[in-house]
Write a protein that binds this ligand. Structure first.
Ligand code: SF4
Length: 268
């Protein structure tokens, strides 16, 4: 009884090792029962790991499809001229970046001058702060997905400096691309950065004081709303930074990520 079950466990683990880039996993309960030599535990581990292996394989295939689907949208965005004024003024479109199979997706408002130049969202000073926040959460930028409501930089008068927020019409026009991105990526948690991103995504206008720090939903996906990193650059008060970090702790909890004591006490 014990040897065939053990053979099944080994076969399952080998299948996972070959078919997935994730380490084989078993529940704590099953491992504890294995430690007691309980023969039933062998089949429990095999069953849980087999299903883990199957789903990992499924995820991998799905990820490949996601890459293809996102590429197709990226091409449509690249050629998009729905906002003729923005199509004329942009250096390039800024589609989105990161893991197409991400559990966590950040949504900002629109590319700024740095993003317009580099073709990647959140690469300017605010973007660098977002990257620091992501790292403090124990993720790499490549683990999450980052996109904006608008894929083109809102134009500014010639000779002027800085960026302007997108208009409601511009956001409405571009929003379908973001909706498609979210539908494909299917993250477990969304984070909207700032009131403009919230307006673009949900069509809701409210103050950040009313919106941030609690869970909302977008198409059944849990949505956390927090301050845009640019706000933290303008307002360096430790209390504001702490608020953003507390929102991110809620996100980590929702994703069932382990949180260290150091992370609990972290200050951005
Ligand atoms: S902002 Fe969006 S909808 Fe408007 S031109 Fe750019 S890609 Fe197209």
């Amino acid at each position: 009884m014990r040897q065939p079950a053990l053979d099944l466990v080994i076969a399952a683990l080998e299948m996972i090792r070959e078919g997935s880039d994730r380490a084989p996993r078993a529940s704590r309960a099953a491992l504890a029962r294995l430690g007691t030599g309980d023969p039933v535990a062998f089949s429990l581990v095999a069953a849980s790991d087999l299903s883990e292996g199957m789903s990992a394989k499924g995820r991998r295939l799905q990820a490949r499809d996601k890459i293809a689907s996102l590429s197709a949208i990226r091409e449509r965005v690249r050629a998009c001229t729905k906002c003729s004024h923005l199509a004329r003024s942009r250096t390039q479109t800024v589609f989105g970046v990161g893991n197409p199979d991400a559990d966590l997706m950040f949504i900002g408002e629109a590319p700024g001058v740095d993003e317009d130049q580099q073709g990647e969202p959140f690469v300017g000073r605010a973007g660098q702060l977002l990257t620091r926040i992501i790292k403090a959460m124990n993720f790499a930028r490549e683990d999450v997905y980052i996109a904006n409501i608008l894929k083109c930089r809102p134009d500014t008068p010639a000779g002027s400096f800085g960026n302007r927020p997108p208009t409601p019409t511009e956001m409405q026009t571009c929003r379908p691309y973001l909706v498609e991105q979210i539908d494909i990526i299917q993250p477990r948690v969304l984070v909207a950065l700032g009131a403009v991103a919230v307006e673009g995504l949900l069509g809701t206008r409210a103050t950040m004081r009313d919106l941030r720090g609690r869970w909302h939903t977008y198409n059944s996906i849990p949505l956390m709303i927090t301050y845009h990193p640019a706000y933290l650059l303008r307002n360096q008060a430790p209390s504001e930074k702490r608020k953003v970090w507390e929102d991110m702790l809620q996100v980590l909890e929702r994703l069932q990520q382990p949180i260290s004591e150091r992370q609990r006490n972290y200050f951005l």
